[in-house]
Design a protein around this ligand. Structure first.
Ligand SMILES: [Zn+2]
Length: 358
């Protein structure tokens, strides 16, 4: 087999692969710890080049395509897996949920992406630059856990690394959905999360939400922003960007988008009603968390006491934001009479200073 030796390079870029493509090589041997850039991985896929890692004992360890599959699988290639009877209902589920995201106006343009981990080292995902209104089963791609595309006619989404970080950190995550639902994204834009103990369904299926600092979409740094939260939160707001949810299925990860966006929408609507929000008590929230635990869903509050459930500020990067005028009661918030007293004091001082000058 025609093979190019790049074991002398610590970082492999797309340009480094051009001689291999020109020589019609089928494999490129790289060092055991060499870093392969995402562009190089895409280039290798487009030229049907296979990376082979040099092993510690000097023997090359081929990252063969069959190694993506579960050991017990009888499926022989990534293409066969992507086109298998097992994959078909999963692909249909991805397309159904892509349509739901678009219909609910949770994605615009080519925004949003969905994936499902079908095998130990194989993830089915949506392609890049494709509206979720138009994407079809035939457009879906198969990637390995490093983001290398293994099968599919279209190029995989550039956001796959976000999904893969979640799959690596949370073994029970099978489906990941990322979209830009407007009400939840409004919270992501101000870097705050919706307060808890407001809507029962939200408490059971979503619970505490985390928010990440902004990073450039598609980068490794962006993908890693979720890591501090993803074990204990199935729903994370992505700073100035959108939302990502994981679940046991793609359908459930889409549901969590609906639930968090509806909660944020209700909170924004309450700001126009001019009355305080009633919070669910800690005691009643404990009941909801018991239901949640039975469903096997994650929540960072399982260890908290009843009295802490609705009063505690929600975790790093998770300062809550209540819509103005709703009085939904975070202790650190300044109350309206306090604000008015402060304004009066400042105004009096300013007027006094002006009077002294004249
Ligand atoms: Zn996005």
């Amino acid at each position: 087999m025609n093979k190019l030796d790049l074991t002398g390079l610590r970082v492999i870029t797309a340009r480094d692969l051009e001689p291999a493509a020109a020589a019609k090589a089928e494999q490129v041997e790289v060092g055991a710890s060499a870093l392969i850039t995402p562009a190089a991985k895409d280039y290798a896929y487009s030229k049907r080049l296979q990376f082979v890692r040099a092993g510690g004992n000097g023997a090359a360890q081929a990252t063969t395509k069959s190694s993506i599959l579960n050991r017990q699988s009888s499926i022989s290639s990534p293409e066969a897996l992507l086109n298998s009877a097992e994959a078909q209902p999963i692909k249909e589920e991805i397309i159904r949920n892509a349509r739901k995201l678009w219909t609910r106006q949770y994605v615009d343009g080519n925004g949003g992406n969905l994936s499902y981990r079908i095998a130990e080292n194989a993830v089915i995902c949506t392609p890049t630059l494709c509206s979720k209104a138009d994407v079809t089963v035939d457009d879906l791609c198969l990637v390995d856990m490093e983001g290398n595309q293994l099968a599919g006619k279209q190029k995989r989404t550039s956001e796959i690394f976000l999904h893969l970080e979640i799959y690596k950190a949370v073994p029970e995550a099978k489906g990941v959905v990322h979209a830009h639902p407007p009400h939840a994204t409004a919270y992501a834009v101000i870097g705050r999360v919706p307060p808890g103990c407001i809507i029962p369904e939200h408490e059971v299926f979503v619970g505490n939400v985390a928010v990440t600092p902004y990073e450039t979409p598609g980068t490794k740094a962006f993908a890693e922003t979720v890591l501090p939260y993803v074990r204990t939160h199935n729903t994370i707001l992505l700073g100035n960007h959108g939302v990502v949810c994981w679940a046991d299925t793609v359908t459930h990860a889409e549901w969590y988008h609906e639930i968090v966006d509806t909660t944020c929408r209700i909170l924004i609507l309450t700001s126009s009603l001019g009355a305080p929000i009633n919070r669910i008590s800690g005691e009643k929230t404990k009941d909801l968390l018991a239901v949640k635990k039975r469903l096997g869903l994650p929540d960072a509050r399982y260890e908290l006491h009843e009295c802490q459930l609705c009063e505690a500020p929600e975790f790093p990067q998770g300062i809550t934001a209540c819509p103005v005028g709703t009085g939904c009661g975070q202790p650190q918030q300044t109350s309206q009479p306090e604000v008015e007293a402060l304004v009066r004091l400042v105004t009096d001082e300013v007027m006094k200073a002006l009077g002294e000058r004249s």
